[in-house]
Design a protein around this ligand. Structure first.
Ligand code: NAD
Length: 502
C-alpha cells in the first residue's frame, strides 16, 4: 500500500509511517495503527503507528534525557542544526510538497510555493535566532549587578491539527529547539506523513537522539496524555477552541505553561473607497486558499452596501472559475478538504445557513465531476447571511465558504468585525489612511491586514485574543514563549545591610 501510493504520487523516497522516538522509527508498543487516507479518493496511503500512553511516556523520557546536553549546547551550534535542516527541506522540496498534497489535499502548486518554502524559511529564521536571543542587564540599586537569563522550560509537548501539518513542524518546533527545549510533538491523526519525513531530515541534519520525538496518535489518547504528563513543562497547542479548553484543564496537574492557537472567524471588510480589483482578488485568496481550512481565513466578507453588488459579481466570477481537482495535478487551484467527515461538516453549514434565512449565491455542494465523486470535495461557496449573529457568521466553518454581510457605515462595520467571540485575524480594504489606522487599533484581533489579507512571516507575531487563544508564535515573541526568565543578583560592591546576622 505504502509503495503503491508513494509511486503514484511520484515520490522518490519512502514514506515513513512509524513513531519517531529517541532517534529511531519504531512501532507502537501495542502495535496499533491507523490508515491515513488520500482525500482525493479516500484510498489508504499508509498504516501509521498510533502512539498509546506507554509510547508517549517513552517519548517524554527520551526528551528528558536529551534536555540537559541540548540545553547546554552552544546556542550557535543548535542554530546550525536548524539551518542545516532548512537546507535539507529545500533539497527534499519536491518530495515534501507531493507528500503534503497526497496526505492533506493541498494543491501541489501551493505545497511547492508556499508550504515547503515557508517551512524552510521558518526553520532558517529560528536557526539564525538561536544565538541572538538574549537577556538584559537591569539598573538596580548601587552595589549590585542584576541580569536576566532566558532559560528553556524543559520538555515541551506540542499538539497540532491537520490543516498545515508540514508548516506546523517549523512553527512549533523551530523556536522551541532554538531556545534549548526538547520536544514531543503529536501530529493530527489524519495527516502525520510530512511530520515524520521532517523527523527523518532532522536526524540527517544531526539533531541528537531524543531532542525531537514524534508521536502520531489519537487526540483523546496520545494528545490528552501529553497534555496531562507530569514531566512535560509546557504544552503548545494549535486546534479548535473546544480542544483548547480540554488542554487547559489537562495541564493543571503540574501547572504547565500553556500556549493556545485556536479557531478564528476573520472579518474581511471592504469599504466603498477600496481598490476593488485588489480587494476582490485578495478576498478570494483569503477564503479559498487551502480550501478555506485556515484559522486566519477571511471567512466573513463584510461589504459596504454601495459596492456590495459589484464586488459580489466579480468575487463570484472568481469563485466559479477556480479549478477544483486532484491536488497532485499542477493545474489544480483548489483540492479536496482533508477528510470526508470534515467535508460533511462544511456542507452541513449550507443547511444551517438556509435555516436562518441565508442564501447560497454559488457553490454549497460537491462538484458534479464524476472523477471527484469519491473525494472530499466542496465547490467554492458564497452565502449571504441575514445577520452577523447568524450561525454561519459566528461559527468557524473551516472550508471554502465565504459568509457575506453588508454595512452602511464605519461604526456598523466595526460592530460586525468585533461581533464574534473569536479574535485571530482581520483585514480591511480602503484608501483612507485614518480609517485604516482606526480599524487597526479598534478591531479585536491578534493580527490586522490592511489592503492585504492572511500575510504571515517567521518574524511577525502570530496569535489571537478571546476564544482564539493566547500566546504568540513567530519572532522574538515565540522565543519568549519557549523560555522563562531567571533574575540573577550579584553583590559587586554593596555594604552588607545592618540587620544582616553576624
Ligand atoms: P482539533 O482541536 O480537533 O484537533 C487538533 C489536535 O488536537 C489534533 O492533533 C487532535 O488529535 C488533538 N486533540 C484532540 N482532542 C484532544 C485532547 N482531548 N487532548 C489533546 N489533544 C487532542 O482541531 P482540528 O479540527 O483538527 O483542527 C481545526 C482547528 O484548528 C480549527 O478550529 C482551526 O481554526 C484551528 N487552527 C488554529 C490555528 C491557529 O494558529 N490559531 C492554526 C490552524 C488551525
Amino acid at each position: 500500500m505504502v509503495a503503491d501510493a508513494a509511486q503514484r504520487a511520484g515520490l522518490t523516497t519512502p514514506i515513513r509511517h512509524q513513531l519517531f522516538i529517541d532517534g529511531r522509527f519504531v512501532d507502537a508498543a501495542d502495535g496499533a495503527t491507523l490508515a491515513t487516507l488520500n482525500p482525493h479518493d479516500n484510498t489508504p496511503i499508509a498504516e501509521v503507528s498510533m502512539a498509546g500512553r506507554e509510547d508517549v511516556d517513552r517519548a517524554v523520557a527520551a526528551a528528558q534525557r536529551a534536555f540537559g546536553p541540548w540545553s547546554r549546547m552552544a546556542a550557535a551550534d543548535r542554530g546550525r542544526i536548524l539551518l542545516k535542516l532548512a537546507d535539507l527541506i529545500e533539497a527534499n522540496a519536491e518530495d515534501l510538497a507531493r507528500l503534503e498534497s497526497l496526505d492533506t489535499g493541498h494543491p501541489l502548486r501551493d505545497s511547492r510555493v508556499l508550504d515547503v518554502p515557508r517551512t524552510a524559511a521558518c526553520f532558517r529564521y529560528f536557526g539564525g535566532m538561536a544565538d541572538k536571543f538574549q537577556g538584559e542587564t537591569i539598573p538596580v540599586e548601587a552595589g549590585f549587578l542584576n541580569y536576566t537569563l532566558r532559560e528553556p522550560v524543559g520538555v515541551v509537548g506540542q499538539v497540532v491539527p491537520w490543516n498545515f501539518p508540514l508548516m506546523f513542524t517549523s512553527w512549533k518546533m523551530a523556536p522551541a529547539l532554538a531556545a534549548g527545549n526538547t520536544v514531543v510533538l503529536k501530529p493530527a491523526e489524519i495527516t502525520p506523513l510530512t511530520t515524520l519525513k521532517v523527523a527523518e531530515l532532522m536526524a540527517e541534519a544531526g539533531l541528537p537522539d531524543g531532542v525531537v520525538n514524534i508521536v502520531p496518535g489519537l487526540g483523546a489518547v496520545a494528545g490528552q496524555h501529553l497534555a496531562e504528563h507530569a514531566d512535560v513543562a509546557k504544552i503548545a497547542f494549535t486546534g479548535s477552541t473546544a480542544t483548547g479548553r480540554r488542554i487547559v484543564q489537562a495541564s493543571a496537574g503540574n501547572l504547565k505553561k500553556v500556549q493556545l492557537e485556536l479557531g478564528g472567524k476573520g472579518a474581511n471588510i471592504v469599504f466603498d473607497d477600496a481598490n476593488l480589483d485588489a480587494a476582490v482578488n485578495g478576498s478570494a485568496w483569503a477564503i479559498f486558499h487551502n480550501q478555506g481550512q485556515a484559522c486566519i481565513a477571511g471567512s466573513r466578507l463584510v461589504l459596504h452596501e454601495r459596492i456590495a453588488d459589484e464586488f459580489l459579481a466579480r468575487f463570484v466570477a472568481i469563485a466559479k472559475s477556480i479549478r477544483v481537482g486532484n491536488p497532485l495535478d499542477p493545474n489544480t487551484e483548489m483540492g479536496p478538504l482533508t477528510s470526508r467527515q470534515h467535508r460533511d461538516r462544511v456542507l452541513s453549514y449550507v443547511e444551517v445557513g438556509r435555516g436562518q434565512g441565508g442564501e447560497v449565491i454559488t457553490g454549497g455542494e460537491p462538484p458534479g465531476d464524476a472523477a471527484l465523486a469519491e473525494g472530499c470535495y466542496v465547490m467554492p461557496t458564497v452565502m449571504k447571511a441575514r445577520s452577523y449573529r447568524d450561525r454561519i457568521a459566528q461559527e468557524e466553518v473551516f472550508g471554502p465558504f465565504a459568509t457575506v454581510l453588508t454595512f452602511k457605515d464605519d461604526d456598523e462595520a466595526l460592530a460586525i468585525a468585533n461581533g464574534t467571540d473569536y479574535g485571530l485575524g482581520a483585514g480591511l480594504w480602503t484608501s483612507s489612511l485614518p480609517r485604516a489606522h482606526r480599524f487597526a487599533r479598534e478591531m479585536r484581533s491578534g493580527m490586522v491586514w490592511i489592503n492585504s489579507y492572511k500575510r504571515v512571516n517567521p518574524g511577525s507575531p502570530f496569535g489571537g485574543v478571546g476564544q482564539s487563544g493566547y500566546g504568540r508564535e513567530m519572532g522574538f515573541d515565540a522565543m519568549r514563549e519557549y523560555t522563562q526568565v531567571k533574575s540573577v543578583w550579584v553583590n559587586v560592591d554593596a555594604k552588607v545591610p545592618p540587620w544582616y546576622p553576624r
